[in-house]
Structure formats: structure tokens, C-alpha cells
Design a protein around this ligand. Structure first.
Ligand code: NAD
Ligand code: UGA
Length: 483
């Protein structure tokens, strides 16, 4: 169902609307708070508010600029369908604010959805999850709470983190009861609204005590407002925490597996698309997530695998840790190979050559550039003294921030035709739909010759582009060259 066709459930509350849009009544069934208004907190809470008008949903963040954007027409993240969902509930039962203290005091249920990046300092640097933001929220919850609350871990966390949360919350001197649940989020960027509306599953982990099971049921009831019960899975809290890391590890592993085989295809005249298709028809393997690429990006795959590896090493499971770490190593290798391939194809020198990157986001339909392969590629090409032109329909602002201070000549142009004009090579880095159907005749005639096209996502018709005159370098297929 298209977002615009979605009908919001009838709102039965009889509260009076103040001029600033906030309801004055206390007739909401419960008040939910989400700490962290990012890629997960914002869309997830908007969906809950949209589907559950009987709950008041407050979303708080320490970043005032982000909150201002959530309260404006210019939302802080690009996600298809998000704007409509936000507008349907904002000012009615969905509120964005920076007042963390008030939010905590008012709430019955608190989702914690703060960032948990890879640690960059001290013990575990480059591997472990940095839990400082998460720990600060635990302490804030403890400080400001004066009534019992359910605390929901939404952030992705190492297994056993709920125990630490409980210890902070229940340390001496606090008599309020807190029940900690794990409810990891599985949405993918670019399809977040669809994923939230019709998820494959919702996972809720709890302590298996009477209080834990009661809290679990409270949360299940919220999701059951729009998700069939048989898709809401419950488990013990540690299984839930671990399942999130494992889901991301398995997904990333599939991409590294197909990317590893793409390298072999390039050496053997096999075609990775044909191989993916053939193996994907086996129902035990399945046909999703088998697209060879320039490498996976995004804020979570690498960080969550490294977190898993760190945990395994901590428990002395060296072989297990090595196994999962190789998924990240293959991903790095894929990005390196792409640049090396460009260098060797273009006569071993890129100095002063104009190279156009089509796409900078880590995947299509998002403006997010966290851990995007494009950043690695851009930096390597600049190291070779190439001149870069970067084009992307949604990610140029983030690209500028990412490359700020990096030496070299970089131009940012949204229009792909202008970006490609005068270049020696075009490299497709993000699988934006529009790149499939550009007028490549026009692009070819505006480029320097010989013209090179590196398709890091296998999105264009390689044979057709070869016929136009390009030297074409796909992923996992033999190159088509005129030399
Ligand atoms: P994000 O960086 O977009 O958002 C986190 C927000 O938390 C930021 O706006 C930050 O200002 C805020 N914050 C940090 N400390 C705070 C505090 N003490 N009080 C109030 N606000 C605070 O991160 P994200 O992408 O939304 O990810 C959040 C979590 O969800 C991570 O653990 C991530 O692994 C997980 N996750 C992310 C995705 C995704 O697609 N991005 C999907 C599933 C799970
Ligand atoms: C991923 C997971 O899919 C979500 O379930 C999870 O909730 C989320 O991480 C998270 O924990 O943050 P996301 O990173 O947003 O979601 O996007 P994906 O669609 O998984 O793509 C990740 C990367 O893999 C992208 O760079 C994408 O281009 C690449 N990819 C994906 C491939 O190279 N080949 C494929 O076949 C699929």
C-alpha cells in the first residue's frame, strides 16, 4: 500500500489542542519516550505514533538542530514515505524536544535509541562498541525517574548489556522499579517505512521473571496494534541482544561471500549475476542479498561484526572471531580491488584525470554516507592525484562534510550529465535507480576518449554501453574493452 493511501487509525481522545499543538489532556493510555532522534528513533517512533493514537510518543535528543529539523518540513534524514508518517502524527501524539528530563519524568516506557559506534580509543579501540552515549542515558533515566518504567534497548548492543543497564538503574539509593527489555531494530535505510510497517519479525527479549514477562507483554501489545502476533517473536533477553548482531553478521557475510566469488568470476570468464541467479534458485539459499558490489557500507554492518568479533575474543573463541572478522577483511579487499582495477585499466596513472563518481550514499534511497564505500574510493583516487567530480541525488551535503579537509580537487554536481562531462572515467558507486537509465550516448559524447565506465553495482547494460564506445568494467564479469 502506498504511504499516501494509508489511513491513520481513528483518534478517540477527547483532549483539547493547545496553540502549539501539544495536547493538554492526560487521556493517553501510556506515554512513550524515545531517547535518540536518529535514523532509528525518528522513523520508529513516528510509526508507533501513527499506528497507536492512544499512546503519546515523545522523542528527545541532545542535538537541538536535529530536533528543530524533526519539527520542520525539512526532516533531518531522507527516507521515502517518512515525511507523510511524521506529518500524520506530529503535534497530535508525536512530539520532538530536547527536554530529556521532562521526557523521562512523564514516561511509562522508554526506548533507548542512541548511537553505539565503534570505539575509537582505549581498550577495544577499532573493535568494541562505544557505550558512552548509552551509559549516559542509563544514568539520566536513573536520575530523573520517580515512577516505575519499562526500559527498551533499541540500540544495537553487545550481548549482556541489559545486565549493565539494570545494574546502573538499580544501584543503591533508587527504589523505583525498572524492567529492561531488548527490542532490536531490523529496519534497513531506504526502506525503513516499509520495514516498520510490515516487518519480517519483531523481537522482544525479557527477563523470564513475572515482572519481565509482564513488561514484555506491554511492549508486544503496542506492536500488535498493526503487526500480526505470529510475527512478534519473544525470547530471553540475551538471545534477543545476540540475535541482532548475528542477523547483521549473516547479512554482511552473504555480501562478502558473493563479492569474494565475483573476484573469481573476473578471472575465469564466469558471470557473477548468472552465478547468483543459479544459486539463489535453491530455496535453502534464497535469492535476496546476492548482489555483488563495490562492498557493503552503512553505519552498522562493519561495526556490529567487529563488536561480535570483540565479544568472541573476550570469551576466548579465537577461531569463531577469526571466521567473522574475515567478512570485514573481504569487504575491505573488495573496495581496494575496485580502485586498483581503475588504476590498472587506465594505464596505471590517474594523475590529473577527471573521474566522476555517480553516487556517494552507502546505498540507494538514502542520503546517509556513514561507512560508504564511496568515501574510501574517493580518498584513494585523490591519493592518486585524480580530480574528482561527485554526484548524488541526496547525499551531496554529507559527502561535502565527509571530505572536508581532504586534499585534492573535488567538485560536487547533482546533475549526472554535468558531472560526467569532460571526465576520463565514470564510476557508479551507488545503485540509484536513475543511473540505470541515463542517456549514456550523451554521456559518452561529452567525455574524454578513451572513455571508461566502472560499474561498482552492475546496474547498467554492459553490452549496450560497450557498443556505444565505452570500455566497461563490471563487477564479477569480464571487462568489455576496445583495446
Ligand atoms: P544516529 O546517530 O542517527 O542517532 C542517535 C541519536 O542519539 C543522535 O541524534 C544523538 O544526538 C542522540 N543521542 C546520543 N546520546 C544522547 C543522549 N544522552 N540523550 C539524548 N540523545 C542522545 O544513530 P542511528 O542510526 O539511529 O542508530 C541508533 C542505534 O540503532 C545504533 O545502536 C544502531 O546500531 C542501531 N540501528 C541502526 C539502524 C540504521 O539503519 N541506522 C538500524 C538498526 C539498528
Ligand atoms: C542493514 C540491515 O539490512 C538491517 O536489517 C539492519 O537493521 C541495519 O543494517 C542496521 O542494523 O543498521 P542497512 O545497512 O540500512 O541495513 O542497508 P542494507 O540494505 O542492509 O545494505 C547494507 C549495505 O550492503 C549497502 O551498502 C548495500 O549497498 C550493500 N548490499 C546490500 C550489497 O552490496 N549487496 C546486496 O545484495 C545487498
Amino acid at each position: 500500500m502506498g504511504i499516501t493511501a494509508m489511513i491513520r487509525p481513528t483518534f478517540h481522545m477527547s483532549g483539547i489542542k493547545k496553540e502549539n499543538g501539544e495536547r493538554m489532556d492526560n487521556k493517553f493510555k501510556k506515554t512513550i519516550l524515545c531517547i535518540g532522534a536518529g535514523y532509528v528513533g525518528g522513523p520508529t517512533m513516528a510509526m508507533i505514533a501513527h499506528k497507536c493514537p492512544q499512546y503519546k510518543v515523545n522523542v528527545v535528543d541532545i542535538n537541538p538542530e536535529r530536533i528543530d529539523q524533526w519539527n520542520s518540513d525539512n526532516l533531518p534524514i531522507y527516507e521515502p514515505g517518512l515525511h507523510e508518517i511524521v506529518v500524520s502524527a506530529r503535534g497530535i501524539n508525536l512530539f520532538f524536544s530536547t527536554d530529556v528530563e521532562k521526557g523521562i519524568k512523564e514516561s511509562d516506557i522508554i526506548f533507548v535509541s542512541v548511537n553505539t559506534p565503534t570505539k575509537t580509543f582505549g581498550v577495544g579501540a577499532g573493535m568494541a562498541a562505544d557505550l558512552q552515549y548509552w551509559e549516559k542515558t542509563a544514568r539520566q533515566i536513573r536520575k530523573y525517574s520517580d515512577s516505575p518504567k519499562i526500559i527498551v534497548e533499541k540500540s544495537t548492543l553487545p550481548v549482556k548489556t541489559a545486565q549493565a543497564m539494570e545494574r546502573i538503574l538499580t544501584a543503591k539509593g533508587k527504589s523505583v522499579h525498572f524492567e529492561v527489555l531488548s527490542n532490536p531494530e531490523f529496519l534497513a535505510e531506504g526502506t525503513a517505512i516499509k520495514d516498520l510497517e510490515t516487518p519480517d519479525r519483531i523481537l522482544v527479549g525479557s527477563n523470564e521473571t513475572p515482572e519481565g514477562l509482564k513488561a514484555r507483554e506491554e511492549l508486544v501489545k503496542i506492536y500488535a496494534e498493526w503487526i500480526p502476533r505470529d510475527r512478534i517473536v519473544t525470547s530471553n533477553i540475551w538471545s534477543s541482544e545476540l540475535s541482532k548482531l548475528v542477523a547483521n553478521a549473516f547479512l554482511a557475510q552473504r555480501i562478502s561471500s558473493v563479492n569474494a566469488i565475483s573476484r573469481l568470476c573476473e578471472k575465469t570468464d564466469a558471470d557473477i549475476n548468472e552465478v547468483s541467479y543459479a544459486i539463489g534458485m535453491d530455496s535453502r539459499i534464497g535469492n535476496k542479498f546476492l548482489n555483488a558490489s563495490v562492498g557493503f557500507g552503512g553505519s552498522c554492518f562493519q561495526k556490529d561484526i567487529l563488536n561480535l568479533v570483540y565479544l568472541c575474543r573476550g570469551y576466548g573463541l579465537t577461531e569463531v572471531a577469526d571466521y567473522w572478522e574475515s567478512v570485514v577483511r573481504i569487504n575491505d579487499h573488495q573496495k581496494e580491488s575496485f580502485v586498483l582495477n581503475m588504476l590498472t585499466a587506465m594505464f596505471n596513472t590517474l594523475a590529473e584525470k577527471r573521474i566522476c563518481l555517480l553516487g556517494f550514499a552507502f546505498k540507494a534511497d538514502t542520503g546517509d554516507t556513514r561507512e560508504t564505500p564511496a568515501l574510501y574510493i574517493a580518498k584513494q583516487l585523490l591519493e592518486e592525484n585524480a580530480e574528482l567530480v561527485i554526484s548524488d541525488p541526496k547525499a551531496l551535503e554529507n559527502a561535502k562534510k565527509d571530505l572536508k579537509g581532504v586534499n585534492g580537487k573535488i567538485t560536487y554536481l547533482e546533475d549526472p550529465y554535468e558531472a560526467a562531462s569532460g571526465s576520463h572515467a565514470v564510476a557508479i558507486v551507488t545503485e540509484w535507480e536513475e543511473y540505470r537509465n541515463l542517456n549514456y550516448d550523451k554521456i559518452y559524447s561529452s567525455m574524454q576518449k578513451p572513455a571508461f565506465l566502472f560499474d561498482g553495482r552492475n546496474v547498467v547494460d554492459h553490452e549496450k554501453l560497450y557498443q556505444i564506445g565505452f570500455n566497461v568494467y563490471p563487477i564479477g564479469k569480464p571487462a568489455l574493452t576496445h583495446f
